[in-house]
Design a protein around this ligand. Structure first.
Ligand SMILES: [Zn+2]
Ligand SMILES: [Zn+2]
Length: 369
């Protein structure tokens, strides 16, 4: 039953290879599918094909079926809803903002270049000392602080005394006499394991195997004791404007890296695998010049640089599909473009199928820097 005057035209392309949930924006080896929807639907991928289904409950995982996302129809508006199991990413090369193509970064955003993810933990365009650091990190853990009856002893210095500036914390799974460590004792230990590297516009701090030597529990970037968040990794904040990127640890290791990027209205900062990148990311899925950050009127603008595996922003909420802008998202090796069409104009399925989605999702064309 048709409830609205609009149709959502859904174009899905799936890369034929299944490699780390990547989509190759340069590959011609893709499978295309066009779907039109007038109401809420759920979208699944079976092999390289994409299909609408009424619900996700009867997915056949044996035949490589996975839930991608949903289209929700509410009060004549349409929204893309992420699925719980597979993250939904917005494709930066198809995003628009007041400065043209690109995306304006916000604190807390998760960005992905190829298969490497970063969190924007802090960004500062103007000097404002009253602004506090980001303390509500998703990686925050609540630490046990010993109460009056318990005799907490620091496992490093063996002293019991603590004060608000140097509390005894329990940041890992150790128990008994090994449970507690002073905040400053832990920070001193972390500083000894830190390596820093500078380029003209970026300082990178990295730590290898940041885990408790006894219980092997990885240490978080920050912790929360009695409601106060504190960074475990003490780093110098640079002159404004700056942007702090925290590498999101993969499953394989407990290495940590923080990139502090200085962006001014005069420079633009390159992120990529190439030797001339300001933020160097040594991963084969990252292009030599993958993405660029610029400062525009106090906003940090992220642009994709025609990268092979795309620059993506994790979407936390549903995305509204408006009539003047199509929304392009990636989930695993499938890229989905959704746009509204009025049902009064004929829906030319055959014609649309011939449109290369490459053109549709990369309106920038080739640029030179
Ligand atoms: Zn201590
Ligand atoms: Zn431990």
């Amino acid at each position: 039953m048709r409830k609205s005057n609009n149709i959502v035209c859904i174009k899905a392309v799936t890369w034929s290879r299944d490699s780390h949930g990547l989509y190759d924006y340069e590959s011609r080896s893709v499978h295309k599918r066009l779907i039109q929807a007038v109401n809420s639907i759920n979208i699944v991928r079976s092999g390289t094909d994409v299909q609408p289904v009424s619900d996700f409950t009867n997915l056949n995982h044996m035949s490589d079926q996975s839930a991608l996302c949903s289209l929700e129809h509410e009060k004549n508006e349409f929204y893309i809803i992420p699925n719980d199991t597979e993250p939904l990413w917005q494709v930066v090369r198809s995003m628009k903002c007041q400065y043209g193509s690109g995306y304006i970064l916000k604190e807390g955003d998760i960005i992905k270049l190829g298969r490497v993810s970063f969190k924007i933990t802090s960004l500062q365009a103007q000097d404002d000392r009253n602004l506090s650091d980001n303390t509500q990190d998703s990686e925050d853990i609540d630490c046990d602080v010993p109460n009056e009856r318990e005799n907490g002893v620091c496992k490093v210095c063996l002293f019991e005394d603590s004060d608000p500036g140097n509390p005894l914390i329990s940041p890992c799974n150790c128990s008994g006499t090994m449970k507690y460590i002073h905040l400053l004792c832990l920070q001193k230990w972390l500083t000894l394991r830190m390596v820093s590297r500078s380029t003209e516009n970026c300082i990178t701090y990295s730590w290898k195997s940041i885990e408790c030597e006894i219980c092997k529990c990885p240490y978080p970037f920050s912790f929360c004791a009695k409601g106060h968040g504190t960074d475990l990794f003490k780093i110098e904040r640079p002159e404004v404007p700056y942007l702090v990127l925290e590498a999101i640890a993969g499953d394989r290791n407990n290495n940590r890296a923080i990139h502090i990027i200085s962006v001014t209205s005069k420079n633009s900062v390159k992120l990529g695998r190439g030797h001339d990148s300001d933020v160097r990311i040594s991963d084969i899925s990252v292009s030599r010049c993958h993405a660029i950050v610029k400062l525009r009127d106090g906003n940090f603008l992220l642009e994709d640089h025609n990268s092979k595996f795309g620059t993506l922003i994790k979407s936390k909420d549903r995305i509204h599909i408006s009539s003047n802008n199509s929304v392009v998202v990636q989930t695993g090796r499938t890229v989905i473009s959704m746009s509204l069409k009025s049902s009064t104009s004929p829906f030319d399925l055959g014609g649309d199928l011939d449109i290369s989605l490459d053109e549709e999702i990369s309106p920038l064309g080739k640029r030179s820097l």
